[in-house]
Design a protein around this ligand. Structure first.
Ligand SMILES: *Cc1c(COP(=O)(O)O)cnc(C)c1O
Length: 461
């Protein structure tokens, strides 16, 4: 007889090594967050119980990756691990040429300096902090051409990272194709809440950019997660392996920057991948100035080996289902508890809608920054602000940028926590949610010039 009941699910791995964590007392947490200037980036890791600051470089590596670390060829030039990495990138992502970098922003720096001239415009499906800054430092201006739905945290559009083709074409017509060095397309858009772009939309972006002879540079940091959503949601891809979807996405673009610290399951690493040989030669020359020789680019041989293996594991069906599935589990739990979150739940984290949770705070009272600090005090859970603090200031006017979204990101590291940790997190968010009316805002105490969210300090208003 068929059993009708839905069966339980478990992580597709077993634990071979453990790292103890501890929760310090509430008084100690209050002291710690005050000392950190109410900025979760400035907390000490040892004072954190469950660390959901970021999914960047926080993955647990597999036994195979650790075995790969022992096969590091630490030759200064021509390490065998570089050639393995190059082969792996060609096989899984399909790009022809590879320039290794120490992490994603190293690749962003090189591509921005090579392609952007003073006064250029770079359209993209929502900004990312380091990407946009490198575009600006090269003399360019980022222009957001994502669909409007992406700015509405409650809109259930299945592909909120899609490009608004009318916005894009209008920009090209207004500025002229010669002022647009490339279109910047991110998969699984971080700042929109980990939302995917559809293949049908990407194909249309490709057609349009072909018409104007504008290249597409792909921020492929979370391409496998995006591919998993395509498999779940896009007609015609239900039975396509995630690794084939990843290849197809990459095939529609001309090059990519990668922070391997996310999807690719390593603690450090990145690369720039290109199809144009001449551009590759220039990038290869530039990498020696800023990162290291073109066969290591800031990574050790062992890092490159772990990365090659990580890329292979990142497109494994069991892995990606469990990875995104764990995030969905936490998100759905919070939705059931009535907590306002960005919908649909993203691929790498759950984004709390701080504007809605703390409606009594104006954006100048930094609602998302405040909520992140409160969550830490409640149960030692570390999250991150994605709101006015992250958005920085307008370089022209010096005023704060006021983004529509004021979010707190609970980012889930890959293969690190269990479902039981997710339950603890959900209960803490619920507890803070029920005390929300008593929460007062923050103001800046110290503000650095670049990427201020990392190092700013705040005080209670
Ligand atoms: C993390 C990230 C980057 C920057 O990469 P780093 O490895 O942190 O330098 C770029 N784009 C996106 C979407 C990212 O998430």
């Amino acid at each position: 007889m068929e059993r009708n009941k839905e069966r339980s699910w478990a992580e597709p791995y077993k634990i071979k090594m453990v790292e103890p964590v501890r929760m310090i007392s509430r008084e100690e947490r209050e002291e710690a967050i005050k000392e950190a200037g109410y900025n979760t980036f400035l907390l000490k890791s040892r004072d954190v119980y469950i660390d959901l600051l970021t999914d960047s470089g926080t993955s647990a590596m597999s036994d195979r990756q650790w075995a790969g670390m022992m096969m590091g060829d630490e030759a200064y030039a021509g390490s065998k691990n570089f050639y393995h990495l190059e082969e792996t990138i060609q096989k899984y992502y399909g790009y022809d040429y590879v320039v290794p970098t120490h992490q994603g922003r190293g690749a962003e720096h090189i591509i921005s300096q090579l392609l952007i001239d003073e006064g250029d415009f770079i359209p993209g499906n929502m900004y990312f902090t380091t990407t946009k800054l490198h575009q600006e430092l090269a003399g360019g201006t980022f222009v957001d051409v994502i669909i409007d739905e992406a700015h509405d945290p409650e809109n259930e559009h299945p592909f909120k990272a899609d490009v608004d083709l009318i916005k894009l074409e209008n920009l090209i017509k207004e500025k002229g194709a010669e002022r647009i060095p490339y279109v910047s397309i991110a998969t699984s858009v971080n700042m929109a809440g980990g939302q995917p772009i559809s293949l049908s939309n990407l194909k249309k972006v490709r057609e349009l950019t072909n018409k104007y002879e504008i290249p597409i540079i792909h921020d492929m940091t979370r391409v496998a997660e995006n591919a998993y959503f395509i498999k779940q949601r896009e007609e015609g891809y239900e039975d396509t392996p995630v690794k084939d979807i990843v290849r197809e996405i990459c095939s529609l673009t001309d090059g990519a920057t990668m922070s391997a610290k996310k999807d690719a399951l390593v603690n450090i690493g990145g690369f720039l991948a290109l199809n144009d040989e001449e551009l590759f030669r220039k990038a290869q020359n530039m990498v020696v100035i800023y990162e290291g020789l073109h066969t290591y680019g800031g990574m050790a041989g062992r890092d490159m080996e772990a990365l090659s293996i990580g890329i292979t594991e990142s497109v494994d069906e069991d892995h990606i289902r469990a990875r995104v599935g764990q995030v969905q589990y936490l998100g759905e739990k919070l939705i059931d508890m009535g907590v306002p979150v960005v919908r649909p739940i993203g691929s790498h984290g759950v984004f709390l809608n701080a504007k809605k949770i703390l409606p009594h705070l104006s954006q100048d009272e930094l609602p998302a920054q405040t909520l992140a600090a409160e969550l830490y005090v409640d149960a030692g859970i570390r999250s991150m602000e994605r709101g006015v603090v992250s958005a920085g200031r307008d370089p022209e006017t010096g005023e704060h940028n006021y983004p529509e979204l004021e979010l707190v990101r609970l980012t889930i590291p890959r293969r690190v926590y269990t479902q039981a940790h997710m339950d603890v997190v959900a209960e803490s968010v619920e507890a803070v949610y029920y005390q929300r009316e008593d929460i007062t805002g923050l103001e800046f105490d110290y503000e650095p010039e670049y990427l201020r969210f990392f190092q700013s300090r705040f005080k209670k208003r």
